[in-house]
Design a protein around this ligand. Sequence first.
Ligand SMILES: [Zn+2]
Length: 96
Amino acid sequence: MPWTRSQYPEDWEAIATQVKDEAGWRCEHCGHPHDPEHGYTLTVHHLDGDPTNCDPGNLVALCQRCHLSIQARYRVGQLWLPIVDPPAWAVRRGLA
Ligand SMILES: [Zn+2]
């Protein structure tokens, strides 16, 4: 694969759209629908922080607000100790 760790894959847009489709265009963390006008633009987060790792288990559809808080609070391999109840999307991916 001609990717470097700093690059998203060429078909990233299609991959991201598929993740959002599968999430029903709602944030998988808070359930808020995609609503850019009100600050809830749906984004796709790489759980391990590596944009070349587009395994479905590494991608989660999050609104901007959850994206920021989850990016700050969770990394793959870390325990969920600061979070009492792991979110459903993490359980679905076998991360919790
Ligand atoms: Zn959210």
